[in-house]
Design a binder for this molecule. Structure first.
Ligand SMILES: [Fe+2]
Length: 240
């Protein structure tokens, strides 16, 4: 019988030191107060009605134009004048993780990033099974693609309250993890590959309390495995 592996590591925020403005021999890299462009509302890679009926147009509209847009706007407002100029979104997330005094920045920054990535993990007429190296690594880690889906669905069911379910790369190994609220693999030195948002706003209009049915439908109908496979290949070290 095929075995599967669930590395359901609860994401624990780690300390991340504050990066300082850096001097080089020739250039002074000065932290700017003009930080408003760090978080950008990325365009959806499909129309808002393209994922229906798995995700309704109403849910997608609210999710993209209200929830996601709200996190982007709030993240930019919170970093204004705080010395994050020139940083990437990922850097801001790492710099604010596990710092209670910066929890509001972390929560909005991570939610902005997580949502942009989640939308890219989906496509109309997606689903099916991955191919190539991604398929090989899923088989190696979980025993089969069907076992991977079972592990992912169990993780979605067991995530208490709002959060995210992720397929990540941990070093050179795949793992399924969950994160509460805004938590994100970037805060834990893990590489995000695929995710499903399990906040109620992601599914309640369409699925009511049936979270697992929502995640199953996303896996079967919308998962963009070509995007995930591309991310995996870019994240792995080049072969000798
Ligand atoms: Fe969401």
């Amino acid at each position: 019988m095929a075995t599967h592996l669930l590395l359901n590591k609860r994401l624990i925020l780690r300390s991340a030191g504050l990066a300082a403005c850096a001097f080089t021999a020739l250039f002074l890299v000065r932290c700017s107060d003009g930080d408003s462009a760090i978080f950008v509302k990325e365009p959806l890679p499909y129309s808002q009605d393209a994922l229906a009926p798995t995700i309704s147009t109403e849910t997608m509209g609210l999710h993209y134009d209200k929830h996601y847009a709200g996190y982007v706007k709030e993240a930019n407002a919170l970093i204004q004048g705080k010395g994050y100029g020139g940083k990437t979104a990922e850097a801001v997330i790492r710099m604010t993780a596990d710092d209670a005094s910066k929890a509001a920045i972390f929560n909005n920054a991570a939610q902005a990033w997580n949502h942009a990535y989640f939308f890219k993990c989906l496509k109309p007429e997606g689903g099916g099974a991955p191919e190539g190296l991604l398929a090989e690594m899923i088989d190696e880690t979980f025993g089969s693609f069907e076992n991977f889906k079972a592990v992912f669905l169990t993780a979605a069911k067991d995530q208490f309250g709002s959060g995210w379910v992720w397929l990540v790369l941990d070093g050179e190994t795949l793992a399924v993890i969950t994160g509460a609220n805004a938590d994100t693999p970037h805060a834990h030195d893990l590489t995000p590959l695929f995710t499903v948002d399990v906040w109620e706003h992601a599914y309640y209009l369409d699925y009511r309390n049936r979270r697992v049915d929502f995640v199953k439908a996303v896996l079967n109908n919308l998962a963009n495995w070509d995007f995930v496979a591309d991310r995996l290949e870019k994240a792995l070290p080049p072969k000798e």
